[in-house]
Design a protein around this ligand. Structure first.
Ligand code: GDG
Length: 465
């Protein structure tokens, strides 16, 4: 039987009962039907490169993982993927650190993935690789003789040719993406930027969503990711009974809760957001004592210098805002660098009066969709959303802001706090209809259909429901 094989850098094995903070894990959960396989890095470091994967079976799905050596991990993950590609693809050329040896390490890990995975693939498998860690994998699998459908989805943004050209191996990356049969992006803008790069750097002919190159056709299209909105809405309604959520609700003493949840990453616009909150309190003193801002930002990628600097900056800004505006019985900004359980997050999104989602660049941003799904229909809060998140292309009824402008964010927060119930309901109804329509399942089905693979059957839990 034809199998679907998912490949991603990290593999969230269901038995590991830790709070996962990655968007990819959340979106792909629904796709894992019995018979499928998920392959990737175990998250562990070993002294020797892996030749054989460790296998775990759960609900009929095989999770196959390999360890990496510390050196491979440094070049591949810390160096090239997160030190060069991530900043470049988030429009932060000044933060891009390119080193040839890191790129060599990136290729070596992809070669290692292709060798181990190649040994497990059957000819009629369909392979779907995810994200910027695995751009060369498709070409390497082809070179090892795999002939089945090969797809790739980029979760982060893509950049226009003039920016990509700053990357010394831009041409190689674009050519590697063209080795897949289907390449998916979060928005039409990203897909178009990629097609422009293929045209300009490789001389590919562009025909609508298709590229023609060396006698092959590659589809490069937009497939916006979504969430399981129905399930998240139920979880949020249930989670208001969660002890921690109740403690937070009780501590508000009737004040409005503004909530932000982001991995601690410089793409998320956190310093500007904190500054915006300070401006709100400064320019609109009527909101003082009437609002609490809760920012949850689990620490991530602490091996990369830039992330450590960000943390220090946020510590400083929190101290400044609280030092300036706190009163003996009111602390305006609460900020935690620990991950919260998913149910707690859902409950916090439900009691939030404002969802503040202001990344400087973001492929999609699932938090924006989760906030909408979680809100109560009868008395909903307001989403303040960056125009540079992929989600802004769909969620046009949110208050859309330029995240580089703290005053604009402050104005939107003020507007949200003053918005009449009828307008909140009207905006929320439109947003919720969209979030319910553009689900994670719809995203997966579109991609699998594009790959020409058999349609995905519903996961066991839903089939039984
Ligand atoms: C990449 C792209 C794209 C966050 N903190 C906690 C927690 N989370 C969950 C959120 C959400 C997910 O993690 C984060 O998803 P995002 O979409 O916001 O961002 P990235 O991690 O950067 O993901 C992004 C995504 O891939 C999917 O394609 O949207 O643009 O950058 O679900 O709720 N979950 C728990 N505790 C936390 O503290 N349990």
């Amino acid at each position: 039987m034809a199998r679907l094989v998912i490949v991603s850098n990290r593999v969230p094995i269901p038995k590991a009962r830790i709070a996962t903070a990655g968007g990819l894990a959340v979106a792909l959960r629904d796709l894992l039907t019995p018979g499928s396989m998920w392959f990737g890095w175990s998250g562990r470091l070993a002294s020797e490169p892996a030749a054989q994967p460790a296998l775990v079976e759960a609900r009929g799905v095989t999770y196959a993982t390999i360890d990496l050596t510390a050196e491979a991990h440094r070049g591949f993950y810390v160096g090239f993927a997160n030190g060069a590609l991530w900043p470049l693809l988030h429009f932060r050329l000044g933060l891009m650190r390119f080193r040839r040896e890191d790129y060599e390490g990136y290729l070596a890990v992809n070669r290692n993935f292709a060798a181990v995975l190649g040994g497990m693939l059957q000819p009629d498998d369909t392979v779907w690789a995810h994200d910027y860690h695995l751009i060369p994998l498709g070409r390497m699998l082809r070179r090892r003789g795999f002939g089945g459908p090969l797809g790739f989805f980029l979760h982060v943004p893509f950049v226009p040719p003039s920016m990509l050209e700053a990357m010394p191996v831009a041409r190689e990356l674009v050519a590697d993406l063209c080795a897949y049969d289907v390449v998916g992006f979060q928005t039409e803008e990203h897909a178009r930027d990629f097609r422009d790069c293929a045209q300009r750097m490789l001389g590919a002919a562009v025909e609508g969503e298709w590229l023609r190159l060396n006698g092959r056709r590659v589809r490069a299209f937009a497939d916006p990711i979504g969430i399981d909105a129905q399930a998240f809405a139920h979880e949020a309604a249930r989670a208001v009974g969660d002890k921690l959520v109740q403690r937070v609700a009780g501590s508000l003493a009737g004040r409005a809760l503004a909530v932000g949840v982001d991995r601690m990453d410089y793409s998320k616009g956190l310093p500007q957001r904190f500054e915006a909150y300070g401006r709100l309190l400064e320019r609109h003193p009527e909101h003082r004592r009437k609002i609490h801002f809760l920012q949850i930002c689990p620490r991530s990628r602490e091996e990369v210098d830039e992330y450590r600097r960000l943390r220090a900056e946020l510590d400083r800004l929190t101290g400044r805002i609280n030092g300036r505006f706190s009163e003996f019985d009111w602390t305006p900004l609460r900020y935690s660098t620990r991950a919260a359980p998913r149910a707690t997050l859902a409950g916090l999104f439900r009691i939030g009066r404002i969802g503040v989602v202001t990344p400087l660049r973001d492929g999609m941003n699932l938090v924006a969709k989760e906030f909408i799904a979680a809100q109560p229909d009868e008395d909903p809060g307001v989403l303040v959303l960056s125009r540079f998140a992929g989600a802004a292309h769909e969620l046009t009824e949110a208050l859309i802001v330029n995240p580089f402008d703290p005053d604009a964010i402050a104005d939107a927060m003020h507007q949200a706090l003053s918005m009449p119930l009828a307008e909140r309901r009207h905006r929320h109804a439109a947003l919720k209809a969209k979030v319910l329509r553009t689900t994670a399942q719809a995203y997966c089905r579109r991609f699998i259909d594009a790959l020409g693979a058999p349609p995905v059957t519903p996961p066991l839990s839903q089939a039984a429901a």
